[in-house]
Design a protein around this ligand. Sequence first.
Ligand SMILES: O=C(CO)COP(=O)(O)O
Length: 254
Amino acid sequence: MQRQPLVIANWKMNGDRNLVTNMAKALRESAAEFAAVQVVVCPPAVLLGHWQEAAFYDQIYLGAQDVNEHSSGAHTGEHSCTLLAEAGASFVLLGHSERRQFYGDSEARIGAKVRQVVAQEGMTAVLCVGESAAQRQQQETFAVVSAQLAAALSELTECEQLVVAYEPIWAIGTGETASPEQAQEVHAFIRQWLTEKFGPAGSLVRILYGGSVKAENAEALFAQADIDGGLIGGASLEAEQFVSICTAAQARSN
Ligand SMILES: O=C(CO)COP(=O)(O)O
């Protein structure tokens, strides 16, 4: 498999030092079961240091949930890409629907953030895209997703430091998951978009599904041709669930 399976935990504004310790222990104990999977944990930024101490080897990577689009300066409360890298992060989530909806992340800002991340050596941008329930009902899913991709990626010429996460808003935190077929349809569309934009390298970009992924539905989702893994919210806060999801992704490498 040319695209290594990838599972990313997005803790959002949850978790604490105890969860870091417990999750690191659970992942360490089961690491052999998902040896071929790249696992990334994105805790709140203040816990990155604690993760760095608790995490055990290269299989577990660290990520941040957002970044500022500037390199430094008078941006109270924000984190630059360099600061996050120094704290151990090598992935950054960008354009999550919660940030688009509630924290003023415009398409232009998301694009600037993506460029900031890919300019940093060793950092990978995880661009989140996805439609609302109303947009899906109006059959606007492809139009919405391609507009989000175009806005964020138009100035990029290379895609080696890029991951795309398809997260339909109606499936986030709702318990309602896209069916494997629904998700695959959009993933195939994203894959085609990336290949048209970046050429053959675009087909190597990993595309994750996010939205109520659980231990019970992960295997069927990850069995789809273009679903390279998952971006996990609620279930990434429970060690047993998260380990099962990482293990489900291992099957993609067989
Ligand atoms: O938003 C998500 C991950 O970024 C998905 O959240 P849930 O897995 O809780 O639905």
